[in-house]
Ligand binder design. Structure first.
Ligand code: SF4
Length: 453
């Protein structure tokens, strides 16, 4: 099969480890015509704020933007389900010509009265940036009228990368922080940042910390509540998982409220255990917290190890490709896959920075392809060339994997089971095992083609 060429302008964002000195170009706008896998600014802000379940989420733009992010991730709520409704002002040609502010105001008026949310987020999309609606002015007018925070999210899709959407979301979130009383906040307390409760993961993680004796004041934003975010400034520590998304907020809280933060990951056994130990170590005056943490880790690992070791026997030597949003998640996935005996042959991210990519290349074996802001053609090319058996990604990567005839694990958008935490690691291993070892791939034309050669 002839090699698939890549665009000249993309070459600096694709590296093969060991081939030449590593210097990744990243954090820049996508190359026109390359049909990037990366989501837009609006989508970045939407995924961060989406799990705040008692807030109204109104997308000011054409209906397609709302459809794109509607229920995009299985972020579960233990109470209100308002977040799962995707409201839109449904801007049309007339609104583009005459402006959409009146429509936005009318939508907010009606929706706030009907659903009585604790706060409202109004997302600006591309077209709003082009026609210049004053979303902030409409929001402050409605805030005064309705008596709840009505927060503009400046997330016009074209104005940067997905990471700019994270920043826009954090700016909006920060306006909620500090609004509540911290009376019931213990000195031994944390906020969990960057955990979105996909498939109920925040509940697992929260339970570990609470078993350790640490109060979880707020989870931002999984199973999120406006009031909890309001008192989050009282917590002793911010524990940041999805670092690309929520570090902005952690930095702002450090500056304003002197709240320190640490970076963690809840994916895989090692990183999950480290996340608990790192938090326990922040409360040295209470040694019983570390004692309890050791017990929790021991019990949880013992419960999953026998089955994991059985799965590992079948997966030993299989090859995996990873393309995820944040690079920090990729670090943990590499470790988790290595634990299962698998080799990572391709790894890429939508929002990694230079430091992230340096860490990635240190973790990977020689010959591994490392990509920033990839497109379907590039991903397909390397899946074929590296003969991968598994692709881990999100909703946009699933069809690529299936067309290539290899197993797929959705680590992002459409999954319904928790893959974080110790029990999540077992669920991850089961899913990878089922997909990779499925007999169906032997009938796939792409794979047959490989074999015939
Ligand atoms: S904000 Fe712009 S780029 Fe994002 S979905 Fe809407 S139209 Fe597309």
């Amino acid at each position: 099969m002839p090699s698939i060429p890549i665009l000249k302008s993309r070459e600096a964002q694709i590296h093969t480890k060991g081939e030449k000195p590593f210097d990744m170009t990243c954090g820049k706008h996508s190359v026109a015509g390359s049909v990037s896998q990366r989501a837009c600014v609006f989508c970045g802000s939407r995924v961060v704020l989406y799990p705040i379940a008692d807030a109204l989420h109104l997308i000011h733009g054409p209906i397609g933007c709302a459809a794109y992010t509607w229920d995009i991730r299985g972020a579960l709520s233990s109470g209100p389900q308002l977040h799962r409704l995707s409201f839109s002002t449904d801007l049309r040609e007339r609104d583009v010509i005459f402006g959409g502010e009146k429509k936005l105001e009318a939508a907010l008026d009606e929706l706030i009265d009907q659903y009585k949310p604790k706060a409202a987020f109004v997302y600006s999309t591309c077209i709003v940036g082009i026609i210049g609606d004053d979303v902030a002015a409409v929001c402050s007018k409605m805030q005064a009228k309705k008596g709840i925070p009505v927060l503009p999210v400046h997330s016009e899709g074209f104005k940067g990368t997905k990471k700019d959407g994270y920043k826009a979301a954090c700016d909006a979130l920060f306006k909620l922080v500090g609004k509540g009383s911290t009376e019931d906040v213990s000195p031994i307390s944390i906020n969990i940042l960057g955990e979105f409760n996909i498939g109920g993961e925040a509940w697992l993680i929260k339970e570990y910390y609470e078993r350790m004796g640490v109060q979880v004041v707020s989870v931002m934003t999984g199973d999120g509540r406006v009031d909890e975010i309001g008192k989050s400034h009282g917590a002793a520590l911010n524990v940041v998982q999805c670092s690309g998304a929520l570090t902005f907020l952690a930095e702002m809280m450090k500056e304003e409220y002197d709240t320190p933060y640490i970076r963690v990951s809840y994916i895989g056994i090692d990183d999950m255990a480290k996340s608990l130990y790192d938090v326990a170590a922040r409360f040295p005056d209470n040694p019983e917290i570390m004692e309890r943490t050791r017990k929790i880790v021991r019990e949880e690992v013992e419960a999953i190890l026998p089955e994991l070791n059985g799965i590992r026997k079948d997966l030993e030597g299989k090859k995996a490709a990873i393309y995820v949003g944040g690079a920090f998640k990729a670090f943990s996935l590499i470790k988790a896959l290595n634990y299962l005996g698998m080799k990572v042959v391709l790894v890429g991210s939508q929002t990694g920075n230079k430091e992230d990519y340096k860490t990635l290349q240190e973790m990977c074996d020689d010959g591994t392809i490392i990509l920033d802001d990839a497109n379907p053609l590039e991903l397909s090319k390397y899946i074929i060339e590296k003969d991968a058996d598994l692709f881990i990604g999100g909703v946009k990567e699933r069809p690529i994997a299936f067309k290539m005839g290899i197993g797929f694990c959705d680590h992002n958008h459409e999954r319904k089971i928790p893959l974080a935490g110790f029990r999540g690691m077992l669920a991850f291993a089961r899913e990878v095992h089922t997909s990779v070892t499925s007999p169906v791939w032997q009938f796939c034309p792409a794979r047959l083609g490989n074999k015939e050669e």
